[in-house]
Design a protein around this ligand. Structure first.
Ligand SMILES: Cc1cc2nc3c(=O)[nH]c(=O)nc-3n(C[C@H](O)[C@H](O)[C@H](O)COP(=O)(O)OP(=O)(O)OC[C@H]3O[C@@H](n4cnc5c(N)ncnc54)[C@H](O)[C@@H]3O)c2cc1C
Ligand code: FES
Ligand code: FES
Length: 479
């Protein structure tokens, strides 16, 4: 579907008609002729196509995040500002580039624009500035020739040089312009996103037919060159669909979220962190920063992968989803939404409109075994949430596992074994034994059925040691 959008690319304002489902990467390279945005994997994996995306968040504040332009639809750009390497470097070498040069962090240079933008975006974003976080910012970038030691040194150097950045985004962007990280003219524009043309007459609502687009991080990997007429519906177009709020039901605290809530919103939300204490420790287990900046929870659920990480987490929080369609709205427990491999309880035209879960958990843990430590999909994952009384008794437990059946599972037998018990190594062993009996793992390239069964047990042990670190359960379990 075509529509007119207004967006800024670096310092230039554009108002053009675009095919909503065409990719920003292609437009930037082929129409705008900015070849510094590279095409590597075209699957969100390598970071060569990274750009900075600015706009107003649902509260109206200016927000800047790094995103992969190979998974970014042109239809998303209405009212947005895109900054590429050409925009950042228009006034010459920046301190980010100098740090990379000084440390020898570039050889062939193909990946370098992506690294420079990831680090620039990190300074702009308002995240905590330290060497560890600076390396997290480049977790979505691959370099095939330099080796990461020099990149780590450059990131660390920058973290030292910019340790004290103001919290308010306007002050921070102004200071980054003063210190040469951003060209001053560009920095001034970064504080004023353009007015959108608006969704009138476009596919701006969830009503209608056809696939719904969330952040596009699964959709565009499957459809790298979407056919005209595929016409996904754009959930993102409505800020109303991106929110996280604390509510109550029958006097009990709950969290409610809109379908366009993305992984970064979720893991950084104080409401979510209070509802599931410890959940923020597992943010880095899900994809990379530029993917998390776009990946919605609803997309993670509707993609229906048996190893979807956020789906496992949400099942363990006993989430329910609100489905909206022509026949009105209905609510289903998340685990009941899955009916078989990629088979969902979703009627034609229906969409996930919201997600909600009880907010009175005491502790939360997630475990994931994959071939790579970071930026890989799970072989097996599990998530567990517990509510404990003052004396430590487990009053309620919820346990989910992925990668061991055609769909994500909620393991009620484990939950029953945990409820009423006190945490101990013996309980961890019981949970591990029950977990190993759950599911019917298949053998595939990521692991044999035997290996997955073993993982179910060991991930259950690991989850228990993570839930109750003060008990040092590992000393008993591994002795
Ligand atoms: C490099 C990379 C790394 C990744 N790493 C991980 C990882 O570690 N763990 C993990 O779990 N996933 C990972 N993913 C997968 C992906 O990022 C997530 O599944 C993400 O949450 C999908 O959300 P999205 O908004 O991008 O979905 P989209 O791609 O927009 O949509 C996915 C599917 O859901 C449907 N859909 C979207 N929104 C709705 C809705 N509201 N109602 C009904 N249907 C809807 C779409 O039609 C589509 O079929 C990774 C992806 C990439 C590219
Ligand atoms: S081209 Fe590799 S992440 Fe986009
Ligand atoms: S410098 Fe060649 S890929 Fe990184």
């Amino acid at each position: 579907m075509t529509r007119t959008i207004r967006f800024r690319l670096n310092e230039a304002l554009h108002e053009i008609e675009v095919r909503e489902e065409s990719l920003a990467l292609d437009w930037i390279r082929n129409e705008a002729g900015l070849k510094g945005t590279k095409e590597g994997c075209r699957e969100g994996d390598c970071g060569a196509c990274l750009v900075l995306l600015g706009g107003r968040n649902p509260d109206g504040a200016v927000e800047w995040r790094s995103v992969t332009s190979c998974t970014l639809a042109m239809g998303e750009l209405d009212g947005k500002h895109v900054v590429t390497i050409e925009g950042v470097s228009s006034a010459g070498l920046t301190p980010v580039m100098e740090a990379m040069l000084d440390e020898g962090a570039s050889q062939c240079g193909f990946c370098s624009p992506g690294f420079v933008l990831a680090l620039t975006g990190y300074l702009v974003s308002g995240a905590r500035i330290d060497p560890v976080e600076a390396m997290v910012a480049v977790e979505g970038n691959l370099c095939r020739c330099t080796g990461y030691g020099s990149i780590r040194r450059a990131a660390s150097k920058l973290a030292g040089a910019f340790a004290e950045l103001p919290a308010a985004s306007a002050d921070r962007i102004e200071l980054l312009a003063e210190r040469g990280v951003l060209p001053p003219a560009l920095a001034a524009l970064m504080l004023q996103p353009p007015e959108p043309v608006g969704a009138d007459g476009a596919s701006g609502s969830v009503a209608g037919e056809g696939p719904v687009l969330g952040g596009g991080t699964d959709y565009f990997v499957r459809n790298p060159d979407p056919e005209p007429g595929l016409a996904p519906r754009f959930v993102y177009q409505s800020a109303d669909n991106r929110f996280i709020k604390a509510t109550t039901r029958d006097g009990r605290p709950w969290v409610e979220m809109g379908a366009a809530t993305n992984a970064t919103d979720f893991f950084t939300s104080p409401v979510v962190r209070a509802a599931a204490p410890g959940i923020e420790r597992f943010e880095a287990d899900v994809a990379s920063p530029p993917i998390r900046n776009r990946a919605t929870l609803a997309g993670n659920i509707a993609n229906a992968s048996p190893i979807a990480d956020m789906t496992a987490m949400l099942i363990a929080l006993r989430a329910e989803i609100r489905l909206a369609g022509a026949g009105g709205e209905r609510v289903v427990a998340l685990e009941d939404f899955f009916q078989g491999y990629k088979k969902l309880d979703l009627l034609p035209g229906e969409v996930i409109a919201g997600i909600a879960f009880p907010a009175d958990w005491s502790r939360f843990a997630f475990e994931k075994a994959a071939k790579r430590d970071r930026l890989d999909i799970a072989t097996v994952n599990c998530a567990v949430a517990v509510r404990q009384s003052a004396d430590g008794t487990i009053e309620a437990a919820a346990y989910a596992a992925g990668g061991v059946a055609a769909m994500p599972l909620r393991l009620r037998e484990l939950e029953d074994a945990m409820t009423g018990a006190r945490p101990s190594a013996e309980l961890a062993r019981t949970i591990g034994t029950l977990a190993a009996k759950a599911g019917s793992p298949m053998s595939d390239v990521r692991g044999s059925s035997t290996y997955r069964t073993r993982l179910l047990e060991r991930l259950a042990w690991a989850a228990c040691t993570r839930l109750w670190p003060e008990l040092r359960l590992e000393e008993d379990l591994l002795s």
